[in-house]
Write a new protein. Structure first.
Length: 337
């Protein structure tokens, strides 16, 4: 299934019902006495978080959402019923923006979280509401107010603890398939991952954490090359970045590939570039020895040797130690907030 992470929708809340001009028949009371009821409020447009949804695909099937208007007031003091609300369910992690201004209206971060994105119009008052000692038989009522109307942009950002980044075919999908129950597509050619995959890993101390296998980034990703901005958006919410560099690749050095990805992160977002990173050399079972030695020295010179790991997802070498480190880093982050 194609991964849908952006949707543009038009929402129109219900108009308020009109107030009623009506008089009851009563002897010695001017015009029988006013008894026109109020109009009902229009229905709201509500967006609700649903942890059972993982894409915005359902939302894109219908681009216009309209709530019902409130019922008009009636005679005999009968007020109109409020219009039915329209509830749009979206995945947790959806950001709601005003399409025209780009302003963020809300951020759906929890299951069942609700946000009113378009408020229904207020119902008009009936003539019974305008009675006063000096005005006993009002011949007018209010019309209902129009409901709010907006064009919204919905953006889904995956919520995962750990985002695995790196060049295409760096071993991300193989790793996540080994350490979790996720079954991503795996092959020996670039861009086998075209949608983010999520995998849940049970930690050594009973706490689970979520890995997000992000599609391969390439040079120019910050400007949208290779759908780069689409995938960088998902990485923003992770707590830790696992930066995978293939140690068996021979066409370009590990140092060059590492630096290119780091530059893409910095160009896209300074905050993203500052996120906690663990550097991982992958496929060491078939490594290019000279290139790996140079990369080890490079990482040491950067002062990142304490967050550097070498693994093989095929032989499982180094995988357990890496998972323990991830778990410890998440624990530290959660404790410090």
């Amino acid at each position: 299934m194609k991964f849908i992470d952006i949707a543009k929708i038009h929402v129109k809340a219900g108009d308020g019902g009109n107030g009623c001009v009506s008089f009851r028949r009563e002897k010695y009371v001017p015009r029988g006495g006013p008894d026109g009821g109020n109009g009902g409020d229009g229905g709201d447009i509500i967006i609700e978080g649903d942890e059972g949804k993982s894409t915005l695909l359902d939302v894109t099937f219908k681009s216009i959402y309209k709530a019902k208007r409130g019922e008009h007031g009636r005679g005999k003091d009968q007020h109109g019923k409020k219009g039915d609300d329209v509830i749009i369910k979206v995945p947790v992690g959806t950001v709601i923006k005003d399409f025209e201004t780009g302003e963020i209206i809300a951020d759906i971060t929890e299951h069942k979280q609700r946000v009113v994105v378009a408020k229904g119009g207020k119902g008009g008052r009936g003539n019974m509401m305008f009675v006063s000692p000096t005005h006993r038989a009002p011949m007018y009522a209010e019309e209902g107010k129009p409901g709010e109307e907006k064009v919204l942009l919905l953006e889904l950002k995956l919520i995962a603890d750990v985002g695995i980044i790196g060049y295409p075919n760096a071993g991300k999908s193989t790793f996540i398939s080994v350490v979790s129950a996720a079954k991503p597509k795996i092959a020996d050619y670039p861009f086998t991952t075209i949608t983010p995959n999520l995998g849940v890993v049970k930690g050594s101390y009973g706490e689970s954490f979520v890995l997000a296998d992000m599609p391969g980034l390439i040079e120019g990703a910050h400007a949208g090359v290779g759908l780069g901005t689409q995938f960088l958006r998902h990485i923003e919410r992770t707590k830790i970045l696992l930066h995978f560099i293939d140690s068996s690749f021979n066409e370009e050095s590990m140092i060059t590939r590492y630096e290119k990805i780091r530059k893409e992160l910095e160009k896209y977002s300074k905050d993203l570039a500052k996120k906690k990173e663990i550097v991982v050399a992958t496929k060491v079972d078939s490594k290019n020895e000279d290139d790996l030695l140079q990369f080890r020295e490079y990482v040491k010179n950067l002062g990142k040797d304490d967050i550097y790991y070498e693994i093989s997802s095929i032989t499982k070498d180094g995988v357990k130690d890496l998972l323990l480190r991830i778990e410890q880093e998440l624990k530290n982050i959660n404790e410090t907030g």
